[in-house]
Write a protein that binds this ligand. Structure first.
Ligand code: PMP
Length: 387
């Protein structure tokens, strides 16, 4: 044997208890952590498939959809994006990507890898899209799909979606929406708004670990998947097979991959907790906490990045880095002194903002008060540090 036993693996695993108030993940609740420690079962055991059915119903509830083709893919949020692009786009087809932050950029990158042709409609970071602007772009490009992000976590911008499905369908175009950072913080009405493909993250408002991603496709999207001229390029994302594993087409279940039952338990409990509280109350709690946070930040003399209050995302608040302060000094101090995670900017907001997440377990007035104290002390200390 030429490779020695790693010395580092002889030490015990020690994980600190941090308060995760960045752009995600958020902290898991004790109930979810307990669920994660339950025994692993087989991917086709009756107990597992029963939990899959419960998870499917829970996902239909949080998306407010009756879509048959509703399940969770075994991957983090990026897997939701991959699944949408891989199933709904064929080589050479045009996809219109609404781009006002990093997620639009990433979606275009993925779409291109599947051989489709992304065209962008853009607005400046910190702003969102009007229906009129999207209509113009649909008219100009005639894409087969519009991809849009409801909660741009890189800028803290909220994108309203009312009326967008009807608009897209008038142009014979599918509507795909990323709700990874927004679901549970703002309303999501997939059926009412005519959304054809939707996915979210587990590690934000739902407060479960990342690695399993709720996703749902409308009948219109399903038609497209079943009438493709070309094969779905990636086996792992193939909704025709995955849909059978999740019993979405009325056929007997077939093995597609070995699902992590552990992650399934966590997601099941997260969905149960949302159902117990009621999705509307969850949204109101997040809106209320975001309002308290914004008021508190402004009292501290800090400025919000998104100037128009109606365009601010409740789940992730972007705060301008004050002059004379290095953002890293602030986030490092918050972590070292309080074990609190505050995120820096990403993509267009890199070096410009802090991103404070109030999601799931952390969306409480007590946590708002706590993070405001942490921000106050961390910014004060950073001001005293020499650049
Ligand atoms: N979309 C949005 C809006 C996100 O905020 C994120 C994660 N921050 C993702 C997609 C990707 O999710 P993940 O990191 O879980 O792959």
């Amino acid at each position: 044997m030429r490779v020695e036993k790693p010395e580092a693996l002889r030490k015990p695993l020690i994980i600190p208890h941090k308060t995760l108030m960045g752009a995600g993940p958020s902290n898991c609740t004790p109930r979810i952590l307990h669920a994660l420690s339950q025994p692993v079962l087989g991917h086709l055991h009756t107990e597992t498939t029963k939990i899959m059915d419960e998870v499917k119903a829970g996902i239909q509830y949080i998306f407010q959809t009756r879509n048959e083709l509703t399940l969770a893919v075994s991957a983090s949020g990026h897997g939701g994006m991959e699944t949408v692009m891989c199933n709904l786009l064929e080589p050479g087809e045009k996809v219109l990507v609404a781009t006002n932050g990093i997620w639009g950029e990433r979606a275009s990158n993925m779409a291109e890898r599947y051989g489709s042709v992304p065209v962008k409609v853009t607005t400046e970071p910190g702003n969102n899209f009007s229906l009129a602007q999207l209509e113009m772009a649909l008219m100009k490009h005639k894409p087969v799909m519009l991809f849009i992000v409801q909660g741009e976590s890189s800028t803290g911008v909220y994108q309203p979606l009312e009326g967008l499905g009807d608009l897209c369908h008038r142009f014979n175009c599918l509507l795909a929406v990323d709700t990874v950072a927004s679901l549970g913080g703002v309303p999501v009405l997939a059926d009412e708004w005519g959304i054809d493909a939707i996915y979210t993250g587990t590690q934000k408002v739902l407060g479960a670990p990342p690695g399993i991603t709720p996703i749902s496709f409308s009948d219109r999207a399903k038609q497209k998947i079943f009438n493709r001229k070309t094969e779905i390029q990636v086996f792992y994302w193939d909704m025709k097979i995955l849909g059978d594993y999740w019993a979405c087409f009325g056929n007997p279940r077939v093995y597609h991959h070995t699902i992590s039952t552990t992650l399934l338990y966590g997601l099941r409990e997260a969905l149960a907790m949302v159902a117990e509280e009621g999705i509307q109350s969850v949204i109101e709690r997040h809106e209320n906490c975001a309002r308290l946070l914004r008021e508190g930040l402004e009292k501290l003399g800090l400025q919000l990045y998104v100037s128009d209050a109606s365009k601010r995302l409740p789940t992730i608040t972007t705060v301008k880095v004050p002059h004379g302060v290095q953002w890293k000094d602030v986030t490092n101090y918050a972590m070292n002194r309080f074990l609190v995670e505050i995120a820096g900017g990403l993509g267009p907001t890199a070096n410009k903002v802090f991103r404070i997440g109030l999601m799931g377990y952390n969306a409480s007035p007590e946590k708002v008060e706590y993070v405001l104290r942490v921000m106050q002390e961390s910014v004060e200390m950073a001001k005293k540090m020499k650049p």
